[in-house]
Design a binder for this molecule. Structure first.
Ligand code: SF4
Length: 324
């Protein structure tokens, strides 16, 4: 369920979501991905129930600014392609995140930043406003404080709310950053709280609210998750993968992955690494093409570890269908 305060056209990425290449005409492969997802760091303050980071054995680290600048230089040659700060960590925990946003915007890139919102402060928000960050997306879980704290272990619901209100107040009447809020819920949670009430409440402050279903399958091996697996009873769809035609992911250490879902960044999911391979070369490599044949054109999900538990259970982009 996706709701906008001022309609879908107000979304800074409407030009992507409403293009045919987004969800219908994605094969043959685009010249360059719509999105380059960047993991500034894999540090995070939280240990959320649903998050695959809990299974990761990767060392903790953060992206060098020089590597980030190389990515910006490459992506800025492709009009319409955009960056997303995301990955298996909290982007705001990178000490140079403000400078990274400024560098991307100076190079004319469209930019979206995902955050759990806890480390946002007035100083950072002012940098984002001044730089012209296009979309600041707060990630939540559940539909009220109790559900949030159950899923976002160790978090502070009141602090998050306070920071979202602060962000909206400082931005004031400016158009950017567009403020988005994404939550996901287990089916049991959905039956306890009306998502429409949640959406109506938050659309008084932010520009967009998305409510999606939580996928616990990625973390099914985690002991603490096992008791809750039955709360996700609905059969999840495992259709052909579209994402593998839309985006590439760069981890903090420069490794390029065909998908962002793997918190372990396993070798078998890695296409190459900066500076040995460019984003363009990775996008057209024989390795990613073989993976597209498996999960994008065929149904070989069981042959790739990360894809075995991946289900496309969102219908939120239905909203854009009329423009395709
Ligand atoms: S895990 Fe596999 S199927 Fe899922 S989005 Fe990534 S590449 Fe596609």
């Amino acid at each position: 369920m996706l709701s906008y305060l001022n309609g879908p056209q107000s979304d800074p990425f409407y030009y992507i979501y409403s293009s045919k290449g987004w969800l219908t005409d994605y094969d043959p492969v685009r010249e360059f991905p719509f999105w380059i997802n960047i993991e500034p760091t894999n540090y995070c303050q939280l240990s959320c129930l649903f998050c695959s980071r809990q299974l990761s054995k990767r060392p903790l680290g953060q992206m060098d600014f020089s590597l980030f600048q190389q990515i910006v230089d490459q992506v800025s040659k492709w009009e319409g392609s955009a960056l997303r700060f995301t990955g298996w960590g909290e982007p705001l925990m990178h000490p140079q995140i403000g400078a990274m946003v400024e560098a991307a915007k100076k190079n004319g890139l469209k930019l979206k930043l995902y955050t759990n919102g806890l480390a946002l402060n007035e100083e950072l928000m002012d940098i984002f406003i001044e730089a012209g960050l296009d979309d600041l997306q707060f990630s939540m879980q559940g539909l009220n404080q109790r559900q949030y704290l159950f899923n976002r272990v160790g978090s502070d619901y009141n602090k998050l709310k306070k920071n979202i209100f602060m962000a909206a107040k400082r931005r004031g009447g400016r158009a950017r950053p567009f403020l988005s809020l994404l939550t996901s819920v287990l089916e049991t949670e959905l039956s306890q709280v009306n998502p429409v009430e949640f959406t109506d409440y938050w659309l008084k402050t932010v520009d967009k609210v998305a409510v999606d279903l939580t996928n616990l399958k990625f973390v099914a091996q985690s002991q603490r998750v096992k008791p809750y697996l039955n709360q996700q009873s609905k059969a999840l769809n495992r259709g052909k993968c579209i994402d593998i035609f839309l985006a590439l992911e760069v981890k903090y250490d420069g490794s390029i992955q065909f998908c962002g879902q793997d918190s372990q960044a396993l070798h078998e999911h890695t296409i190459g690494s900066f500076p040995n391979i460019s984003l363009y070369q990775a996008w057209h490599s024989s390795k990613i093409n073989a993976q597209r044949d498996l999960v994008g054109r065929g149904e070989g999900h069981d042959k790739l570890k990360v894809c075995q538990n991946c289900y496309h259970n969102t219908d939120k982009y239905e909203l854009f269908k009329k423009s395709w």
